[in-house]
Ligand binder design. Structure first.
Ligand SMILES: [Zn+2]
Length: 309
């Protein structure tokens, strides 16, 4: 997941073009295949058989810096991607965002897909059900008017969602939705909680990037709690049943506002309980678990909770 390109005053959402080019070279050097949204759909919706690891690039927010600095590279290399567009700023012709003409150019290209990212880019978990629907429908009016179709994929603003947000996104016809938790997509993943590795200046250095593109999914049967919006259950009782043995797993959380390794109880070879000592601080609680797999790659599983004041 990317946001800004060569807007170097925003290191947490920016990637320098020099680093972005190196990342593309690293993906090619590792002989991983870039896939389009249509190819991703075949794998995760139709469950088509596939072999080898795939890379799916996602870009959020439709900043002008994407169009100016990254789009020419992707176009020259014919690398597919999805661009998630929040429509209010675009419609208001905010100069930091792409124009509808530019978005149409991406939409009509062979490599670009347009995804939904709401109208106002608000904290939707704090909205009433009616207001979430109103916001998303406003964006749909914009998409219909400007690109004559409503996107099939959604990206939750700030990667935040509750069970209710998820349900609304489903009800409004989206086929899949992406969060901002780290992880590797697999065929057993909840298609309304797809993970993505955030790539920015802090986490975009080439060594870490090469590590990330070589990680494997840690597939799971269930994750509790289902609702990622925490209310009176902070810290949550986290239980995860993985599909395979995870006796060597380690989990890290930002409980109490600081990243640290969390205590785990193994309830079975593939089933863990994570024992949090402290509450997650506002506004995001994150958990990342990693385990060395039989094929010697690192398996990765991540989730993000929302904590409101
Ligand atoms: Zn966004």
């Amino acid at each position: 997941m990317y946001h800004r390109f060569e807007e170097n005053k925003y290191p947490t959402t920016n990637i320098k073009i020099y680093d972005f080019k190196k990342q593309i070279e690293a993906i090619k050097a590792a002989e991983l295949e870039f896939i389009s949204f249509d190819q991703l759909k075949k794998i995760i919706l139709n469950k088509e058989q596939y072999s080898g690891k795939k890379i799916f690039l996602t870009i959020d927010d439709a900043f002008q810096s994407f169009y100016k600095n990254a789009w020419p590279i992707l176009q020259a290399e014919q690398i597919p991607f999805i661009l998630f567009v929040n429509t209010r700023e675009v419609d208001a012709r905010n100069p930091n965002y792409m124009s509808w003409d530019q978005i149409r150019e991406i939409h009509k290209s062979k490599i670009g897909t347009i995804g939904g990212h709401s109208f106002g880019h608000e904290y939707l978990v704090e909205f009433s059900r009616e207001d979430v629907i109103k916001d998303l429908k406003k964006s749909h009016e914009n998409y219909l008017k400007e690109i004559e179709t409503i996107p099939e994929a959604f990206s939750y603003p700030f990667g935040e969602y509750s069970s209710e947000t998820k349900n609304i996104v489903k009800e409004l016809g989206y086929l899949v939705a992406f969060g901002q938790h780290s992880g590797v997509i697999h065929q057993k993943e909840d298609i309304f909680e797809l993970p993505r590795f955030p790539i920015n200046e802090d986490y975009g250095k080439i060594d870490r990037f090469i590590f990330l593109i070589n990680t494997s999914p840690l597939a799971y049967n269930f994750f509790k709690p289902e609702n990622k919006l925490l209310s009176n259950n902070n810290p949550p009782n986290i239980e995860i049943e993985f599909t395979n043995n995870v006796r060597n797993i380690n989990c890290f959380t930002n409980e109490g506002g600081q990243w640290k390794q969390s205590e785990i109880t193994l309830l079975d070879d593939n089933w863990i309980r994570v024992l949090l000592q402290k509450e997650f601080k506002s506004r995001r609680g994150k958990i990342n678990c990693t385990a060395k797999l039989k094929d010697n790659t690192w398996g990765w599983f991540g989730r993000q909770f929302v904590v409101t004041d």
